[in-house]
Design a protein around this ligand. Structure first.
Ligand code: HPA
Ligand code: ZN
Length: 326
């Protein structure tokens, strides 16, 4: 059996970022919006660098409007994830893109997403949990509204709070009010850091936001004291190697620091981030990691256990997912 066929747990997937280009193209066509600038000659998403990626992402997201479209997107994402052997996934969803920060509208989007997720679970045996996500470059005020929406809807489905967006803008501490608000509502916390932001952004995430997971965090390796701290605090990294390679952090999988982080005792997991943008899938991530580092089924079993331990869901859900990993 190829490692690509193994069951998988994924912790870091952006809901809108998982939209197939054909899906977005169709919506743009229906709405008479010209999005030709975001597609390349092969029909894939086109971007030059991280900041351009974020604007392409937001252009694509602009045609996704209404709970029904998010339900259709959820169905498409979970079908694709299930095809890749994913048995549990968490996706970043944002009230900023679902109802513009209005709690009532957000509830309607969530209900539609959850209904689609329940149907996908019955059909494909894949469980989805939502991590409500602030967008860093939208600033601190918006993050408070986002955290308010998250706190109001915390429960079985919304189990986490996080932050993505442009790491070049604002320190982590700018958002401590939002993260505190989410924590008080019982949500578990993660934030993007140490992707473009360097080790300081990971230090700040730990100290100022009290997160238990870090999105990416791969540049932590530049600071040995930080690596020690991650091990001591048992912080789990949501590593997205294929995303890092496409965005130019490392030239290829073989140069990616995931092996060194793992050797240092840091808890690492593997995710796709925004699969169609980065021309990747969970099957491909496993194949590439196996090729680059010789990882076999036992390595991936350890990785999946680490991911399940760090998953933002309750013990019953973890037990159910653990059975799918057997
Ligand atoms: N990184 C940071 N922010 C994002 C991403 C990402 O990959 N996708 C959507 N927002
Ligand atoms: Zn991400």
């Amino acid at each position: 059996m190829s490692v690509a066929d193994l069951p998988k747990v994924e912790l870091h997937l952006h809901h809108e970022g998982a939209a197939p280009p054909a899906f977005i193209k169709q919506l743009a066509h229906e709405k008479n919006v010209d999005l030709s600038k975001i597609f390349d000659a092969n029909g894939g998403y086109a971007f030059r660098d991280f900041v351009h990626f974020l604007s392409t992402y937001e252009d694509a997201t602009s045609v996704l409007t209404g709970p029904e479209e998010f339900a259709r997107l959820t169905t498409a994402i979970l079908e694709e994830s299930a095809k890749n052997g994913v048995v549990y996934t968490e996706s970043f969803i944002s009230p900023d893109f679902c109802g513009g920060g209005d709690v009532g509208a957000w509830r309607e989007y969530l209900a539609a997403i959850q209904e689609a997720a329940n149907a996908a679970e019955a059909k494909h045996g894949i469980t989805l949990r939502g991590v409500v996500t602030a967008v860093r470059h939208f600033g601190a005020d918006k993050s408070k509204t986002t955290a308010h929406c998250a706190a109001e809807t915390a429960g079985d489905f919304v189990t986490g709070f996080g932050m993505g967006g442009d790491e070049g803008q604002f320190t982590q501490g700018t958002f401590s009010y939002a993260f505190d608000q989410a924590k008080e509502a019982g949500l578990q916390l993660t934030t993007h850091a140490g992707e473009f932001g360097g080790p300081e952004s990971v230090w700040d995430a730990i100290k100022d936001l009290n997160v238990e997971r870090i999105g990416h965090g791969v540049r932590s390796l530049e600071d040995p004291a930080l690596v020690k701290e991650l091990v001591a605090r048992q912080i789990t990294l949501e590593v997205c190697p294929g995303s890092n390679v496409v965005l130019g952090l490392f030239p290829d999988f073989a140069s990616h620091p995931i092996q060194k982080l793992r050797d240092a005792g840091v808890k690492v997991t593997v995710s796709t981030d925004d699969p169609p943008f980065f021309h990747t899938t969970m099957r491909r991530e496993y194949e590439e990691l196996s090729r680059a580092f010789g990882w076999d089924a036992s390595d991936f079993a350890e990785l999946n256990q680490t991911a399940l331990d760090a998953a933002f869901c309750d013990a019953d859900t973890k037990a159910k997912v653990a059975k799918r990993l057997e």
